[in-house]
Design a protein around this ligand. Structure first.
Ligand SMILES: Cc1cc2nc3c(=O)[nH]c(=O)nc-3n(C[C@H](O)[C@H](O)[C@H](O)COP(=O)(O)O)c2cc1C
Length: 335
């Protein structure tokens, strides 16, 4: 196995452990809907139908970026892709770097011929290798859009991580101007604030995935992998670094009338998805909640999607909302 694929296997094992989840700081519990004891509708009147990148979806859910879609018995991706196809939700691939560098076959379209699939590369790979890599990533899986991930804290803590982030915004700008497909930019757990979001919108980015603090903690995962006592001591104060999703979403929603926000980072159930919608993010991405089911089977992923959808539906019923547009305006407690 190469270093990149070894690292990926470590990440999957560590992400399953509770100690690397920052749930205590996600802040989602602070968002309370005003309960509607007279909904004046039936549960079956609710519609979860959504639209993303011009495609109709059965729910506003993105299976968050985790693995890169290559062969080598990559069952996780097969299970995620088949479930996304059957349930008509979006599949975001994890970094395709290893697949492209090692020239591995990426099979995801075999399992999900029609689903909306998002390709994925790190911003520093684009800064180092240019936009041709972005084109290859998209073409290799016929992706509907490319996601570029920003992870400077993870790179600092990761042994031999990328520490030169010069010209990263230029690389994103170049991708937005040259790729035929839309570009989405995401963090991995420290969040994207309004100052950076403005720069990304100006660079031509179509959607921003917040990936705030409080979900999977990459600082914590990389600390567990790092063998250097010296580096661990430096990293210690940064273990909870970042901004939480709930604080960021309303600030980011004010920047644009057009829908462009994906809520993520600590989204753990359908009620959290409803909270993201109410705070201004029409779509939500969840990574860690799909990891265990994805290791098991396609049916287990479908069951997780069904539970998430039903929880979202219940929230709509208990707030008297028939569709996602109404949910986006549902009254909150204390407002
Ligand atoms: C096992 C695992 C692998 C991940 N790999 C990637 C990746 O390759 N590219 C990426 O953009 N994000 C990656 N992420 C980050 C997630 O997409 C997400 O932004 C982050 O985990 C926060 O969401 P969560 O709290 O729902 O897990 C990964 C997450 C997990 C759990």
């Amino acid at each position: 196995m190469s270093n990149i694929t070894d690292r990926k296997a470590d990440h999957i094992q560590l992400a399953l452990a509770k100690e690397h989840q920052g749930a205590a700081i996600s802040g989602f519990d602070r968002v309370q809907f005003e309960h509607n004891p007279i909904p004046e509708m039936a549960l079956s009147d609710t519609s979860l139908n959504a639209e993303f990148l011009g495609h109709a979806l059965k729910a506003p859910i993105i299976i968050g970026a985790m693995t890169g879609g290559c062969e080598n018995g990559d069952l996780i991706n097969q299970h995620l892709a088949e479930a996304a196809e059957q349930c008509k939700v979006v599949l975001a691939l994890g970094s395709q770097r290893a697949a492209l560098e090692l020239d591995l076959k990426q099979n995801v379209r075999k399992w999900a011929p029609k689903a909306v699939i998002l390709g994925n590369l790190g911003a520093t790979q684009l800064q180092q290798q240019g936009c041709e890599l972005a084109r290859k990533a998209v073409e290799s899986v016929e992706a509907n859009a490319l996601v570029i991930h920003l992870n400077p804290l993870q790179e600092l803590i990761q042994p031999k991580g990328d520490r030169d982030w010069n010209q990263v915004l230029d690389a994103i700008h170049e991708c937005c101007s040259t790729l035929l497909q839309p570009v989405i930019v995401k963090e991995v757990g420290s969040g994207i604030g309004p100052t950076s979001a403005k720069k990304l919108i100006d660079a031509g980015v179509s959607w921003i995935e917040v990936a705030g603090r409080g979900g999977t903690s990459w600082a914590s995962i990389e600390m567990a992998r790092n063998q250097s006592a010296h580096e661990k001591l430096i990293a210690q104060p940064f273990i909870d670094w970042g901004m939480d999703t709930v604080t960021l979403l309303p600030q980011l929603a004010r920047l644009s009338e057009a829908p462009y926000l994906i809520g993520s980072g600590g989204v753990r159930h359908g009620l959290d998805i409803a909270r993201c919608i109410r705070l201004g993010a029409p779509m939500s991405a969840l990574a860690q909640p799909f990891l265990k089911p994805a290791l098991h089977s396609t049916e287990a992923v479908i069951e997780t999607l069904s539970i998430l959808s039903e929880q979202l539906r219940w929230t709509m019923f208990l707030t008297g909302c028939k569709n996602l547009q109404q949910l986006a305006k549902a009254p909150l407690c204390g407002n």
